[in-house]
Design a protein around this ligand. Structure first.
Ligand SMILES: *Cc1c(COP(=O)(O)O)cnc(C)c1O
Length: 413
């Protein structure tokens, strides 16, 4: 029998990453922002903030080049444009990711081919990637979902053996490492997002990172309408957009970047406290991390055995939400390929391009091909988390989950 928890436990307000309660920003950002405004130079082609940001982030990652851009989506688009697939070429990616990782593939006239995910880590695996590789595979895009590194050892071994470039989507994985090396430096290009809810933020913004000089050159150009800044005879060399970050954003990003290590540290401490409090709860598993991975918890995800609870995952989530824990059962609700852009092939006019170029197998989204994806979405409970959670907040979340889970525990289990 469910008890009325509201009577026994005070409901508290958790800090939110959508406003000042859960975002650590203030004087440091303001000082730099004022400096940018007073300089009168708001374009990164002339200013210093975006340049500084790029230089500092390249140092942090230990890569040759970083370029800032207007969003994480722009970063992924830039990365793929640098690889420059032929129309109809295929990019292997994951069924559980942000749409911003997928639409750039279509904009570059390539076909996203979905690999299934590991139902425990929610990440794609080398094995699943290998199953969908074809003659037309031009790139592999790996999302390190929720801040949990994918198994880059196996994935890079596969990619290198087939000479297929890898783009790492690190939008959720700032500060994560694998075998001691930063995520985003295993593949050919790493992409990051500075969107409101990410580890560090400027509201919108993105960055691409690489140590490959040729890719770096093409990414720089793609962000700049392919205009050859600094060349003796500059021209617009190829089809490209203006994806530049402006100096106002760059100023805030510089201040945020200085706090990244501290934010990552706090997130890891918060997650460790959650792990400790939730480790032994029947029917619920704490996040599973690859043995060589360091997770930086963009979100904290529980793996819930729906059958163990009355009303399953939804009842559990509903009760937590009633207590101000705004968790999301099923994360994105459905695999990316069930969205209309894929099911109705809504692209350019009525052309359905580039789907018209796709192999039938590449755009066959039958459920039975994705058992891991459906199992993952049916069991994942995404809990919010940010750098301003105190020990008291964490304990509230842990205690509430324990109480709700115990109440809903099926009598038989
Ligand atoms: C946020 C996100 C993106 C897109 O970044 P935006 O800055 O929102 O455009 C891409 N991939 C993943 C995994 C994300 O979480």
């Amino acid at each position: 029998m469910a008890t009325d928890l509201t009577r026994e436990q005070e409901i508290i307000q958790l800090p939110s990453d959508q406003d000042a309660s859960g975002r650590d920003m203030g004087d440091d950002e303001i000082v730099k922002l004022v400096e940018a405004i007073e300089s009168g130079t708001l374009t990164s082609t002339k200013g210093k903030f975006v340049q500084n940001l790029e230089k500092k982030f390249a140092e942090i990652l230990g890569v040759g080049s970083v370029f800032a851009c207007s969003s994480g989506t722009a970063a992924l688009h830039t990365a793929l444009a640098a690889i420059d697939p032929e129309p109809g070429d295929e990019v292997v990616t994951t069924s559980i990711t942000d749409m911003g990782a997928l639409t750039p593939i279509l904009y570059q006239s390539a076909i996203p081919v979905f690999a299934d995910v590991d139902p425990q880590t929610y990440n794609i695996t080398a094995e699943a990637i290998e199953r969908v590789l074809s003659e037309k595979t031009k790139a592999i895009m790996v999302t390190h979902l929720f801040g949990n590194p994918a198994n880059m050892g196996e994935i890079m071994e596969l990619a290198q053996s087939r000479e297929i470039p890898v783009i790492e989507d690190c939008a959720q994985a700032f500060g994560a490492t694998y075998r001691g090396k930063p995520i985003g430096t295993f593949g050919d290009i790493g992409c990051f997002s500075l969107q409101q809810g990410k580890h560090i933020t400027t509201g919108e913004g993105g960055m691409v990172a690489t140590s490959d000089a040729k890719l770096a050159r093409r990414m720089f150009l793609f962000i700049n309408k392919a205009w050859g800044y600094g060349d003796s005879r500059p021209d617009h060399y190829f089809l490209a957009l203006n994806y530049r970050m402006n100096e106002l954003t760059g100023a805030v990003a510089c201040a945020q970047l200085e706090k990244l290590a501290e934010f990552v540290d706090r997130r890891r401490q918060i997650a460790a406290r959650m792990d400790k409090g939730l480790a032994d709860l029947p029917g619920i598993s704490i996040p599973r991390v690859e043995p060589d991975g360091v997770h930086t918890y963009w979100k904290y995800c529980l793996h819930v055995d729906s059958l163990a609870f009355d009303g399953g995952l939804d009842a559990l989530a509903g009760q937590l939400r009633e207590r101000n824990i705004f968790c999301a059962p099923r994360y994105i609700q459905k695999p990316a390929f069930e969205c209309e852009v894929f099911t109705k092939q809504c692209t350019f006019g009525n052309s359905r391009f580039p789907f018209t170029l796709a192999r039938a197998e590449a755009i066959d989204y039958r459920k039975e091909k994705f058992p891991g994806t459906y199992a993952a979405l049916a069991s994942v409970l995404v809990l919010p988390l940010n750098e301003r959670y105190t020990a008291e907040h964490v304990d509230y979340v842990v205690d509430t989950i324990c109480k709700v889970a115990t109440d809903l525990q099926k009598a038989s289990s």
